[in-house]
Write a new protein. Structure first.
Length: 138
């Protein structure tokens, strides 16, 4: 098919075992129009669980892991390594590569619940003014 000859290629690890395959990069050219996404009524909101991949979600919701591209396109995922949810272990490894242990545990600021209106909204305060404020670390 000459149409796909115009697309670039990418290395892709479909099962996460380190064995990559050279694939046509359809994500670089294909996307769902923004106005079209607003009109789609047959989609369910879904929170990705620990260690789930687009293939697992596609298999569970669309009946085949080969529909992983649907999950990726509808969620604007073009690079599985950077755009997809990281596992707890991957996130910890990433954070430790960017920050020291001290930077990760030091106090960033303090918060208390807003006292009027929506009390689920947290506001930043000084610890000296509100000693019972919740510590927020980096």
């Amino acid at each position: 098919m000459s149409y796909f000859n115009q697309f670039g290629t990418m290395l892709y690890d479909p099962v996460g075992d380190g064995s990559v395959k050279l694939c046509t990069d359809i994500m670089s050219r294909v996307r769902v129009r923004t106005n079209m996404k607003k009109e789609i009524v047959m989609l369910d909101k879904y929170d990705v669980k620990e260690n789930e991949t687009p293939e697992i979600i596609a298999d569970r919701h669309h009946g085949s892991p080969y529909y992983h591209w649907v999950v990726m396109i509808l969620n604007d995922i073009s690079d599985i390594n950077h755009d997809w949810v990281k596992s707890t272990r991957q996130l910890q490894k990433y954070l430790l590569s960017k920050y020291t242990e001290a930077q990760l545990t030091e106090t960033h600021h303090y918060e208390i619940p807003q006292t009027s209106g929506d009390t689920t909204v947290m506001i930043e305060v000084e610890n000296t003014t509100y000693p019972s404020a919740t510590i927020v670390t980096n």
